[in-house]
Design a protein around this ligand. Sequence first.
Ligand SMILES: [Zn+2]
Length: 327
Amino acid sequence: MIDKPFTSSPFILGLQALIARLHPTHPQFERLQKELKIKEAGDFGERYIMQELQKFSTLHDFHVLHNVILPTALPMQIDILVITPNGVILLEIKNIRGQVRFKNNPRQVIRTTEKGDTAVFTHPEVQLEQYILAMQQFLDAHHISMPIYGAIVFPFNNVTIHREGEGLPILMAKELPLYFHKLSVGRYQQSVNDITHMILSHIRDRAPFPLCEYYDIEVANLQKGIYCENCGQYGMQKLKRGWICTRCQYVCSHAHVRALRDYYMLVGDTITNKDCRYFLNIDSQDVAKRILQKSCVTRSGSGKYTQYNLSGLYRKCEDSRWPPENR
Ligand SMILES: [Zn+2]
């Protein structure tokens, strides 16, 4: 069964927000666009593999978890974790197209596109070996003894793979059924419900927010204001209820929520009335106060020093479909 379904990476949401608020002439603009493309391709591949794995979900004791980060001494972020009675399987998904060469000594991945452009990536095996070791330590600490496997999976047949030497398995998505079948003939027959619950209860969130700090970008360089999702312009104006775009007259009741979410991902997890007026580009202190009191559950301090906490608002956006339908 799918115990932790696919969710889009919060890093992607953050990067999309950052690029949307950054001027194309900013020195980091192109680099960030490239980074976003790579992350989006990665997400697309992971979503596809999760759909494929759903087909096994009728199998007894076959538990699938997307994006698993556990509190381990060695950093660990597993794309997809599969827990079966015969072992724990870590899948590292690589959605790279073109000619891909896995080089040994030193271990590198070199990708050549159809146009002949080459790019060098970290060898996924290096990462995966670290995650396997971290998982070993994690299970040991919880007195669980289980075999741990790892495989690198390419979701689509748009890649030609060349490999030097031996190493962890590199599979195409279509090989997964056979791979799992081979593992299932092992001798271990543990019940995995408890292990799955234990792992689920330890899962952490991790996004490198705020992104301005992460990428060393001045907040002053960001486009301010409230985004119109109809025409793409910043600068919606407050109506008695909701917001109106001065360019296309589009009316939206919740446009400020997206701006506050952007602030959370790009600038910081708490905001003052003054910061809110600056970032959302609104003049009225009272309007800012009403928005913040309505949007933020927790706050600290008083008067003009009140800090409103945006993390609850961000989680709400993450959990529900975004943007909401009620316009
Ligand atoms: Zn508009």
